[in-house]
Write a protein that binds this ligand. Structure first.
Ligand SMILES: [Zn+2]
Length: 181
């Protein structure tokens, strides 16, 4: 059962100044998300009612609801693929990372992998738009283009993209992860 709106923290001021769950994302918050790419789970939008987005996980039999302080109906439609990072309560959409509050359902944090360094190619350095409180990153935009492409060969392209990213990072920081090459 969903929480009532009374349980949700209201926006502060005419222009939201809140960084609580469901409101603006703070750049430190966004950086935490960027450094924990294993925390995402793929989901599909099943309904949008007001400020609540209903989701179903792709790889898990679990439905859930998330709340955002502004309507996401202009950004999302039923059937759209999204990603949810439960540990840091962020919803990845085509318009960026939105801080959300998980109202109902959810599986909890994705456990930290034994070798977080292997995820280095997928880490991101988000930028927070202070006018909207939404974080934007480069990698998700590539991800979105691939995902939405007709007859998508997303797996192959994503794989090659990850390899390129990893090589760039390897060159820039003087490390390598031979197991990924
Ligand atoms: Zn707000």
């Amino acid at each position: 059962m969903s929480l009532t709106t009374k349980s949700l923290t209201p926006c502060t001021g005419p222009h939201c100044g809140s960084y609580r769950a469901g409101h603006q994302i703070h750049f430190i918050h966004a950086n935490h998300v960027g450094r924990t790419p294993w925390g995402w789970r793929d989901a599909v939008v099943t309904a949008i009612t007001g400020l609540t987005v209903h989701l179903a996980y792709v790889d898990h039999d679990s439905a859930l609801e998330v709340w955002h302080h502004q309507p996401l109906a202009d950004t999302l439609a039923v059937g759209d693929p999204v990603r949810l990072h439960e540990q840091y309560y962020v919803l990845d959409t085509p318009s960026g990372w939105h801080c959300v509050r998980v109202l109902d359902g959810g599986l909890g944090d994705v456990p930290t992998p034994e070798q977080p360094a292997l995820w280095a190619p997928e880490t991101t350095n988000p930028i927070v738009d202070l006018a909207t409180g939404v974080a934007i990153t480069e990698l998700p935009r590539v991800w979105w283009r691939l995902w939405s492409a007709p007859g998508s060969t997303q797996s192959r392209l994503l794989g090659s993209h990850a390899t390129v990213m990893m090589r760039l990072r390897s060159n820039s920081i003087g490390e390598s992860h031979p197991s990924l090459l």
